[in-house]
Design a protein around this ligand. Structure first.
Ligand code: HEM
Length: 526
């Protein structure tokens, strides 16, 4: 139980120490005066009083949860204990009005708008993921970004919550066989798992508003593990998948090379079969590999045959002699561990081949579709975070005597963001629905063009929202931390969304080329 104060007691005690009331909490900031970034005087002036309004004016809500927490010495009136507050939070599940109710801050179906796509298990997963993200990710996003590292124990914590197993399950079924002992976030029967669960899991996690966390946790794992699951031998799957979903081992996808990014068919890393045909000898370099620095396994695209797409294979290279990884210094996604990988005469057993030799191009392409959908889901939630932050800020910041949101030019910005986000979300739902009906091959063939355009649409919406939010926040989005923290960070992370997984330029090109080709196959006379 924390100590209960009356307002008079706080006022009285403030004659000797600097006590503040913020919301229902009492804070003793005497030892913080010299360290307060907003200055000493402003705190002394508020001593003994309810400083909630002033506090909310200058800080993002995370400051109260994090920086202020060590100074909290009690509560006002009959305020509840921490345990009681936690219990209250427990009850706050699955209500008709889920979330903060900021317009367009959450998808439509979070309130009482109807949708044909969602059932009870989706709502359960949503609640579980919201709690996990709010408790474990949001309060640390700034620190991990600055440290350029997500602590190893967090990765394990994410895995133990069943989140990696959920990412690996993706749009297929829950991977019961490989996820023994792990919970399903939200605790519902595994047979209920579908593509919308995977959508919600990633979407809710991305409320952390950090591309570094998204890439660090979903990045390498989310695109590296599926090729093993879908195309690996039984032996390989049994050996690699369980430790990866449990967070004991790490995996990444290594396709891109210094010589070329989106031009996958022409990559130059070689894998030459040994004379006794027991292993490949791999030589080459891979660049911008998410999570490579932490990886035990590299699902690498290698040339086993002649030039072009017909000479490519996918191989699981294991960390060991001849594998060197160097962390890269990038514009954004700082916590994720973007890596330069060198393979120097690395010996890889032939059993680590995924699919058939020289048939790797099709495998790489089939992996692109879910990767692009995942990127679009992440990007669109980040756009929502930017809109949500902007609406909240525009509702408290006053210029020329009125709230920022009273200026039509600011409202137009917010509306343009909302329009793009909601249309992208509706398109995402419609594409994800197809993956509950059709198999992955059909989707890659028929839906590849659509998914390419969706990826471009979502990431360019993210870029647009970062720009507009930054203009709304002004100087606060130009400095690190503080009220503009989310906007400053996401502005730097944007390029990790419009470039990888196929740049917007490539997406716009193949999006239409592929869609025309499929339409002609289906009988369109163009
Ligand atoms: C427990 C109490 C408090 C803590 C832990 C705290 C913490 C902080 C932190 C971390 C910042 C840096 C910006 C940010 O991260 O948002 C900041 C800035 C600031 N704070 Fe506080 N603060 C407290 C109370 C207050 C109160 C009561 C006031 C006003 C009456 C105040 C006024 C300011 C101002 C004016 C800034 C500078 C804002 C800016 O540069 O935009 N703070 N504070």
């Amino acid at each position: 139980m924390s100590k209960i104060f009356s307002k008079e007691e706080v006022e009285q005690a403030s004659k000797e120490r600097t006590l503040l009331i913020i919301e229902d909490g009492v804070y003793d900031v005497t030892n913080f005066l010299g360290d307060h970034p907003g200055g000493k005087k402003i705190l002394i002036k508020s001593a003994g009083q309810d400083a909630t309004d002033q506090f909310n004016k200058f800080h993002s809500p995370s400051v109260l949860k994090k920086q202020a927490a060590p100074f909290r010495i009690g509560s006002i009136g009959a305020a509840a204990s921490t345990e009681a507050a936690d219990a209250e939070e427990e009850e706050d599940e699955d209500t008709t009005y889920f979330g903060d109710l900021v317009p367009f801050g959450d998808p439509f179906w979070y309130q009482d708008w109807q949708s044909p796509y969602y059932k009870d298990s989706h709502r359960k997963l949503r609640s579980a993921m919201r709690k996990f993200t709010e408790k474990n990710l949001i309060p640390n996003a700034f620190a991990w970004d600055q440290a350029r590292e997500i602590p190893a124990e967090v990765y394990k914590q994410v895995a133990s919550a069943g989140i990696l197993a959920g990412i690996a399950s993706g749009s297929a079924t829950w991977i019961t066989e490989y996820a023994e002992g792990l919970p399903i976030p939200g605790n519902f029967p595994p047979e209920e798992w579908d593509a919308f669960h995977s959508f919600i899991l990633i979407d809710e996690m991305c409320r952390c508003a950090s591309g570094g966390i998204a890439y660090g946790i979903i990045g390498g794992f989310g695109i590296g593990l599926p090729p093993v699951l879908h195309f690996g031998s039984e032996e390989l799957k049994k050996r690699i998948v369980p430790p990866c979903v449990k967070g004991d081992k790490r995996i990444c996808l290594a396709i891109t090379e210094p010589e070329g990014g989106s031009d996958v068919a022409n990559l130059v890393t070689t894998a030459v079969l040994s004379d006794d045909k027991t292993h490949y000898i791999v030589n080459g370099r891979k660049k911008w590999i998410s999570g490579g620095i932490y990886a035990d396994y590299f699902v690498a695209a290698v040339r086993t045959g002649g030039k072009g797409m017909g000479g490519l294979s996918l191989l699981v290279v294991e960390r060991g002699p001849g594998v060197k990884t160097t962390k890269m210094d990038c514009m954004g996604v700082w916590g994720s561990g973007t890596t330069f990988v060198e393979f120097d005469d690395v010996q890889v057993p032939v059993g680590n081949l995924l699919g058939k030799e020289n048939k790797g191009f099709a495998l790489i392409m089939s992996n692109f579709n879910p990767e692009r959908i995942g990127i679009a889901v992440q990007a669109n939630r980040f756009s929502r975070c930017l809109l949500e932050e902007s609406i909240k800020y525009a509702s408290k910041r006053t210029t020329f005597g009125v709230k920022l949101r009273e200026h039509p030019v600011i409202r137009a910005k917010l509306s343009n963001m909302a329009m793009k986000i909601e249309s992208t979300h509706a398109w995402l739902e419609s594409v994800i629905y197809q993956s509950t009906i059709y198999d992955a091959d059909t989707l890659t063939m028929r839906g590849g063009g659509t998914v390419a355009l969706l990826k471009a649409q979502a990431t360019e919406t993210f870029e647009f929202c970062a720009r507009e939010a930054s203009q709304i926040f002004g100087g606060l989005s130009y400095t690190k931390g503080g009220q503009g923290e989310v906007v400053e960070r996401l502005y730097r992370d944007v390029k990790a969304y419009t470039i990888p997984g196929g740049s917007s330029e490539i997406m716009l090109d193949i999006g239409m080329r592929q869609s025309i080709k499929i339409a002609e196959i289906m009988g369109a006379k163009l």
